[in-house]
Design a protein around this ligand. Structure first.
Ligand SMILES: N[C@@H](CCC[C@H](N)C(=O)O)C(=O)O
Length: 238
């Protein structure tokens, strides 16, 4: 039996499995995801100093920014630490809890631009791949964008600049196959591109589920926002 609970990180929703004492096989992880994620976006396996992330479809993803923030919050709750360092399939992560829960994100990598019939934009990897499209966030047609999701095997972000340093963002996540409340690596991809253009070093993004901040210091990107536990402790049967 494993223990876990549900959490929300600005509307990105997760099952968190406490795997600090017992490491699970990939098959066991997949089974827990399919049995207990139950409408949330994914699952975070909190291993000792390692985060393993699965999308709700039962497939592993190399990284999740809001998942990393949730890992940090979980360790803070359980072990009363404000600084948390751990590893992931996308490299090392440094996290901090103060008024926000923040993490240093994997370095963004620019893969180029894309141009299809009705849409064009840029491709950025922040642990996982993202398409970034500047457009009207009040009029996003996910059905029309769906072919891009599969063509590039990527998450899709649409953003609008509200005013300098303030953006609205909406994200369609791979592995959820729908729009989520927020996506941390998506937000970081958007802000990295926006900052290259404007020089702005700190940006607030309004996602469906709340505000995220992305800032750049000493060549690194930091993602911050709230995290909340939203269930009692659960007993998870394998
Ligand atoms: N919500 C996450 C990203 C999770 C992984 C993504 N769905 C993928 O498969 O690439 C975030 O906050 O970064």
């Amino acid at each position: 039996m494993m223990r876990g609970a549900y959490y929300t990180a600005t509307g990105n929703t997760f099952l968190v499995v406490d795997s600090r004492e017992r490491k699970l096989s990939d098959m066991e992880k997949r089974l827990l995801v399919l049995k207990y994620v139950d409408g949330r976006d994914g699952a975070i396996f909190v291993e000792r100093d390692f985060m393993d992330y699965y999308n709700c479809d039962g497939n592993r993803a190399a990284f999740c920014g809001n998942g990393a923030r949730t890992y940090v919050y979980f360790i803070h709750e359980k072990e009363k630490r404000n600084l948390v360092e751990f590893s992931s399939h996308a490299g090392n992560v440094l996290g901090k809890v103060d008024d926000l829960v923040s993490v240093r994100m994997p370095s963004p990598r620019f893969l180029g631009t894309f141009e299809e019939e009705d849409y064009s934009g840029e491709i950025v990897v922040v642990g996982v791949p993202h398409l970034v499209i500047e457009g009207d966030t009040d009029k996003v047609d996910w059905n029309a964008l769906l072919p891009l999701r599969h063509l590039y095997d990527a998450n899709i972000n649409v953003f609008t600049v509200k005013k300098e340093g303030s953006l609205r963002i909406r994200t369609f996540e791979r592995g959820v196959e729908g729009e989520t409340g927020a996506c941390g690596s998506g937000a970081t991809s958007v802000v990295w591109l926006y900052s290259r253009r404007t020089g702005c070093e700190k940006v607030i993004l309004q996602a469906n589920g709340g505000d995220l901040t992305v800032s750049f210091r000493d060549g690194s990107a930091y993602l911050g926002g709230g995290v909340e536990k939203c269930s009692e402790e659960l007993e998870l049967q394998l």
